[in-house]
Design a protein around this ligand. Structure first.
Ligand SMILES: [Zn+2]
Length: 494
């Protein structure tokens, strides 16, 4: 949401990343190769709604990254890398047994007297999940050619779908915003698009550009022309980062350089420099709204780059640097480049009076600032915040509709409308709880601070100071709708 609030303890970061394996499964076809990719169910906590290669965390019983890789491929696609030939019906039965946890993968191989073809797995890079995401994996990638006598197929469950696809077609879908890719998977598909032979492909896969010495991707482009650059910011827990976005494939805009830390802004400047050889040229800094965790680095970024700042008038009046262009609802930001982009500007007040949302005309991707969060919650804090207006703007985004939602905090949300619906339902439920809490005090009424523990009995008490701000927003809405009486901080049922 906004600045960190006093009295709110920070949430300790989650544990160290967990070991994981992933397999770039491929087969040769006329004119090149095809890879087998999977669409992850949107509701999954990690990478839900994204396309990925078979893989998952290393189990204790696996004993090695390669065994984990072989097991994951078997569970998710049915392809078993063993020396022996196994009939399809037998493979299906064994897969069912392993998936149902009737037997461990290694134990199954032993019982069936099958020998794993470990040499079929070629090392193809290492990637560690960036710290801005709530779940961390330390993943080893392997390149493996599918045995020609076996059939890859997905059994629905945690995977929505899976299919063989040429790397060129996969890249087209990524460009259209209909197949979101995490950096390792985008890199893999690009490498496989240039496939000549296994050794050179494995080499290219292991030498990813924009990878730190800590194996963390510095370039995150879930769809073409939408780059995410997480910056550490003093924001509201459990979020620890603000996602700065760089939009465009030629001309670029930089949205929400939120970190007040000079070193973080300098890291962003270095990133923008690295993009220049590809023809990416920033033309402006754009702000979604005035909160510190969104414009904290704007002064430094202007000083370092000389870029002009664009924002809504109600953000400009609280911006520490002059705003060169005032943006208002209905405008279009056109960005020239190999993939020309047109971003619709929407004025979406409610969280902040000058809040803007940007929607790509071609893919309906939406940069939503603090309208929706991938992690934590959005606080509507009066008098800046206005609940009825906020709900109206959420509904507007839903009606467009938007597709992928890119929030300022937490993971990207591939199914935008589902998230917006969830928000609307949750807000309505909370409003009902607040109304019910007020009514429980009868004709005497109550102080707002007494309403909060009842209306928010489902959250930890350290959240209540923030919840009280939201409650003010809700009671103001209820009072305007003549459902309660509000005088000062006292509320009474009607
Ligand atoms: Zn905010």
């Amino acid at each position: 949401m906004s600045e960190a609030l006093p009295g709110v303890p920070s949430v300790p970061p989650s544990g160290p990343p967990r070991d994981a394996s992933a397999v770039i499964l491929f087969r040769r076809v006329v004119g090149g190769v095809e890879v087998f990719w999977l669409e992850r169910e949107a509701k999954l906590a990690f990478a839900g709604g994204f396309f990925a290669f078979p893989g998952g965390k290393v189990d204790k019983t696996d004993g090695s990254f390669i065994v984990a890789a072989a097991r994951e491929v078997f569970e998710e696609t049915g392809v078993l890398f063993v020396r022996e030939t196994v009939a399809q019906s037998r493979l299906d039965a064994l897969r069912r047994e392993v998936l149902d946890e009737k037997i461990e993968f290694n134990a199954m191989l032993k019982r069936e007297s099958l020998t794993l073809r470990a040499e079929a797995f070629h090392e193809a890079g290492r990637w560690i999940t960036p710290p801005y995401l709530p779940r961390g994996f330390d993943a080893r990638f392997f390149l493996a050619e599918a045995p020609s006598d076996q059939h890859a197929s997905v059994w629905k469950g945690e995977l929505a779908d899976g299919a063989w696809i040429t790397p060129a077609d996969a890249l087209k879908r990524w460009e259209a915003g209909t197949a979101l890719l995490h950096p390792p998977n985008l890199h893999a598909i690009r490498c496989m698009n240039a496939f000549v032979d296994v050794p050179s492909a494995a080499r290219a896969l292991s030498n990813a550009p924009f990878l730190t010495s800590g194996f963390i991707a510095e370039r995150i482009e879930f769809q073409r022309g939408v780059m995410l650059f997480p910056l550490q910011t003093p924001t509201l827990p459990p979020a620890t980062h603000t996602s700065c976005y760089v939009l465009g494939t030629g001309e670029c805009i930089v949205i929400d350089p939120g970190s007040p830390d000079d070193a973080e802004v300098d890291r962003l400047v270095a990133f923008l420099e690295q993009l220049k050889p590809e023809g990416l040229k920033p033309i402006a800094i754009v702000l979604t709204h005035h909160h510190g965790d969104h414009l904290g680095g704007v002064e430094r970024l202007v000083k370092r780059t000389g870029l002009p700042v664009w924002a809504h008038a109600r953000t400009a009046d609280r911006c520490p640097v002059p705003v060169a262009r005032l943006l208002s609802d209905g405008e279009v930001i056109e960005l020239n480049g190999p993939l020309k982009m047109k971003w619709d500007v929407l004025h979406t007040p409610g969280h902040a009076r000058g809040h803007l949302t940007f929607v790509d005309q071609a893919t309906r991707a939406a940069i939503v600032g603090d309208m929706v969060a991938g992690i934590g919650t959005i606080v509507i804090d009066p008098p800046e915040g206005e609940m009825a207006e906020y709900l109206k703007q959420l509904a507007r985004l839903n009606d467009l509709p938007v597709r992928t939602i890119y929030p300022a905090h937490g993971p990207v949300l591939p199914d935008g409308p589902a998230k917006l619906h969830e928000y609307a339902m949750h807000r309505a439920w909370r409003e009902a709880k607040v109304l019910e809490a007020i009514e429980s005090f009868g004709a005497a009424g109550a102080e707002l601070s007494d309403v909060v523990p009842k209306a928010y009995d489902d959250v930890a008490s350290f959240i209540w100071p923030i919840a009280e701000r939201n409650t003010v927003a809700i009671v103001e809405k209820l009072a305007n709708e003549k459902k309660i009486v509000l005088s000062g901080t006292r509320v009474t049922k009607r």
